[in-house]
Design a protein around this ligand. Structure first.
Ligand code: PEP
Ligand code: MN
Length: 340
């Protein structure tokens, strides 16, 4: 249930309420808004729920008690009506600025990574992407350079000042990846890896959770709930396309998921038009559409020589095409009251 406190509730009132809820076996999550404090009480075996709700309603500092009917609570708008803004380095994701994260699909070498990092920074990107541990459908394709790639990403951050986002695939690597990354990425194939989600929930770093390629929006939000439930609320949701009958594109980018999930959840929404389409020439139009649909950030693959890329060359933009896209995106952002 959600307990909305009156604006005059004091710290002592909150403490008393929290103790009361814990005594009833609830897990307690507090959200302090500008005007009001909202307390989420989750997880008790509550046959006595109605009675407890009634008792709480009688407290002077309680304005209202609302049962939560949705299967996700902490990441839902009911619990936290205000949009969450996640600070990464000196960049805010979820604010007025549309944030662009760009870089190669995979870290292939120091030279390729730093060259790309400099190019995307010059074009206006504010976060560098690059895969160190690559989830591959085939065991015979490139699996990533692992920790060597993490070191290269750290070097690129040193040179450019750009924070880095990179994927973690395995619970055993969470600590290692968290040592280097500014944002940990959970890939589409791991959205329902509940052990990994639980592990990520324990770290104190922002995370970007991609939507499973065959997952509904509700399942995606429940995956995010796994992370929040363990105490990590710094979650971004990334739409990266879903599986449909269409074969002309690599995935079908679900543009409607952006406003849909933004209405249901307070978490920032990222769009990945690179994996969403699989074709570089579709990346600019879909990026623009995503910004207009309300995406808080974009994740775009850029490679200095896409024809030599070890992975995802066909969907990678060349630096000059990326720079042109960045210039074009400014007016799209302005059209929806934001900036780039
Ligand atoms: C990626 O962004 O590097 C990636 C592997 O994406 P996805 O998990 O969406 O396939
Ligand atoms: Mn890729």
């Amino acid at each position: 249930m959600i307990i909305i406190l009156t604006p005059s509730a004091t710290e002592a009132d909150i403490e008393e309420l929290v103790q009361n809820l814990k005594d009833h076996g609830y897990g307690v999550h507090i959200s302090k808004g500008v005007e009001k404090t909202i307390v989420g009480a989750i997880g008790a075996q509550d046959e006595a729920k109605a009675m407890i709700a009634e008792q709480l309603s009688s407290l002077e500092y309680v304005e209202r008690v609302i049962p939560i009917l949705k299967p996700y609570k902490l990441v839902g708008r009911e619990f936290h009506p205000d949009k969450t803004i996640i600070r990464v380095g000196n960049v805010d994701v979820g604010g007025q600025k549309v944030v662009v994260m760009a870089g190669p699909c995979s870290v292939e070498s120091e030279e390729q990574t730093i060259e790309t990092a400099k190019a995307v920074k010059a074009a206006g990107a504010s976060i560098l992407r690059g895969g160190a541990f690559k989830p591959s459908t085939s065991p015979y394709s490139f699996q990533g350079l692992g920790e060597d790639a993490l070191k290269i990403l750290a070097a690129a951050r040193e040179v450019t000042g750009l924070p880095i986002i990179t994927e973690v695939m395995d619970t055993r690597d969470v600590e290692l990846v968290a040592q280097y990354a500014d944002i940990l990425q959970i890939g589409t194939r791991n959205m329902t890896n509940f052990s990994l989600l639980r592990e990520i929930g324990l770290i104190k770093k922002p995370v970007m959770l991609k939507r499973g390629m065959a997952s509904t929006i509700e399942e995606w939000l429940q995956a995010a709930e796994y992370i929040a439930n363990r105490g990590n609320y710094e979650i971004m949701l990334c739409e990266r396309g879903i599986r449909t009958f269409e074969t002309m594109t690599r995935n079908t980018f679900d543009i409607s998921a952006i406003p849909a999930v933004a209405a249901l959840s307070h978490l920032p929404v990222v769009a990945d038009p690179s994996h969403g389409t699989g074709r570089w020439h579709l990346v600019p139009p879909v990026s623009k559409a995503a910004v207009v649909a309300g995406a808080d950030a974009l994740l775009i693959e850029v490679h200095p020589q896409p024809d030599k890329a070890l992975k995802d060359g066909p969907q990678s933009l060349k630096p000059d095409t990326f720079a042109q896209l960045m210039a074009d995106l400014a007016s799209c952002a302005r059209a929806v009251g934001r900036h780039l």
